[in-house]
Every structure is written in structure tokens, then in C-alpha cells.
Design a protein around this ligand. Structure first.
Ligand code: G3P
Ligand code: CA
Length: 252
């Protein structure tokens, strides 16, 4: 990995805005990204998956039904169809007309206005699909500002083969038997467990740190848990309330 993401003693938690500032604006839109930026988040987290014609789009679910005025699987819709969707009205009338961003549009916004990206490759991807994502990151000159994560081991393997300079995180809903061995095998810069799963065995934090691997925990929205995780030594927190976590960090 190009650098360590392990938090220095006494340093604040890394603030990662889950789908942008998704408690304040529609998730995975440029609006939620803007609020995360203004609130001082270190990273915006988002989810990427391809349209029918192979364009990477920023959307969490496998379908557009919950977060747009359309319906159908993302992979069954063309980019022209996705571009026509309203991704804001479901959240609040104020956001009517917000679009499902392409990854390219999101990277343009970050490059020009500031901010780094924790990019989740969502669901199974072919190596060609991962190559399109990697090329988009490179074409935007954002290699040094993007951290790739996934639940999909193959997507991480492909990313490493195509772009060994991109830092990698493995998302986990339950802890692996040997997270350190897996981290070494996959060239991970971070191991990113769900909060409740990590609570079952917090000793993995120091095990991973000894191997140079950071721990970013999801999805944590309460100050009580931020405090517990800070004390336990985790490095970053993925939260729907990034502005509040940033304020909590400063006041701590
Ligand atoms: O970044 C961690 C988190 O985003 C994983 O869960 O379902 O929100 O993508 P999900
Ligand atoms: Ca995600």
C-alpha cells in the first residue's frame, strides 16, 4: 500500500461520510457529497456499479427503485435511462432533480472542489468492469485520493492486479478466522468490519495494526460508540453523520 492509514496516538478518528452526508441529503448524490465536504469529512464513501452499457454509476442498491423515481436493476438500464432519473425527491422535495452521478461526475466534483473518496465496488464485478473503474480514477488524476473497498474478494484482487498503487479495504459483516492472513494475501491497507462484528473480538484491532493494516468500522452514528471505538484504537469510522463526528472529534 502507498501509505499507512493507521491513526497516530492522540489523533482524531478519520471521518468517512457513508454515502455522503446521507442523514442530511439524498445518499450517493453530489448534494450529499457537498454537505460531507463542508462538514469536514476526510472521505466520502460511495457505492459504484455499472449500467447496462458499462458506465460506472454511484448507487447503493441493485435496483433504482428505492432512491429514484424509476424502477429496475441498475445493470438493466442504459446510461441515458439512469441520467433521466430523479434521485432527490424520495428524500425531500428540496432535492428534486438531483441525479444519480456517474463515477466520472463524482470524481470531477471531488477533484475541483476537494475531498477524497472511499469507493466501494458494490456486488460482483468482472475484471473488465473493474478495469473501467480503475481507468476512470486514473483518467481523472485521482489515484492518490481514492481508497477502494469491497465485500467482494475478487474485485479487490482485480483492482490490485490492475492498479497496485490503489489502497484496498475489505468490508466484512462478520470477522474472518484470521483477518491478518487475509489482509496479507489481499494486500489490504484496511480491514473494515461492521461495528457489532468487531465488538465480538476487539483484539483484532491490535493484531491488524501490528501487520500495518488500518481498521475502518461501519456504520456508526452515536457518540457513545464513537467514544468506544476511539478508545479501542480503531482508525476510521464510516458514519451517516459526518459533520457531527467531525465536531465530536474537535471537541474531544
Ligand atoms: O462502507 C461500509 C458500508 O457502506 C457497507 O454497507 O450496505 O452501506 O454498502 P453498505
Ligand atoms: Ca457502501
Amino acid at each position: 500500500p502507498p501509505q499507512s492509514y493507521i491513526r497516530a496516538a492522540g489523533a482524531p478518528l478519520t471521518v468517512i461520510a457513508h454515502r455522503g452526508a446521507s442523514s442530511a441529503a439524498p445518499e450517493n448524490t453530489l448534494a450529499s457529497q457537498e454537505i460531507a465536504r463542508r462538514g469536514g469529512a476526510d472521505f466520502v464513501e460511495n457505492d459504484v456499479q455499472p449500467s447496462k452499457d458499462g458506465v460506472p454509476y454511484v448507487l447503493h442498491d441493485g435496483t433504482v427503485d428505492r432512491t429514484t423515481d424509476g424502477s429496475g436493476a441498475v445493470r438493466s438500464l442504459t446510461s441515458a435511462q439512469i441520467d433521466a432519473l430523479d434521485a432527490g425527491s424520495w428524500f425531500a422535495p428540496h432535492y428534486k432533480g438531483a441525479r444519480v452521478p456517474t463515477l466520472a461526475a463524482q470524481l470531477d466534483d471531488l477533484r475541483t472542489r476537494g475531498g477524497d473518496l472511499l469507493l466501494e465496488i458494490k456486488g460482483a464485478h468482472t475484471k473488465d468492469e473493474v478495469a473501467t473503474i480503475v481507468d476512470t480514477i486514473r483518467d481523472h488524476g485521482m489515484t492518490g485520493r481514492v481508497f477502494v473497498q469491497s465485500f467482494e474478494v475478487d474485485a479487490l484482487r482485480y483492482t490490485h492486479e490492475l492498479a497496485p498503487d490503489l489502497p484496498l479495504g475489505l468490508l466484512r459483516s462478520t470477522l474472518d478466522a484470521d483477518p491478518v492472513a487475509l489482509a496479507k494475501e489481499l494486500h489490504l491497507a484496511a480491514y473494515n468490519p461492521e461495528d457489532g462484528a468487531l465488538s465480538k473480538k476487539p483484539s483484532v484491532i491490535s493484531d491488524l495494526h501490528k501487520a500495518g493494516v488500518a481498521v475502518m468500522v461501519w456504520t456508526v452514528d452515536s457518540a457513545d460508540r464513537w467514544k468506544a471505538l476511539e478508545s479501542a484504537g480503531v482508525d476510521g469510522v464510516i458514519t451517516n453523520r459526518p459533520t457531527e463526528l467531525n465536531g465530536w472529534n474537535s471537541a474531544f
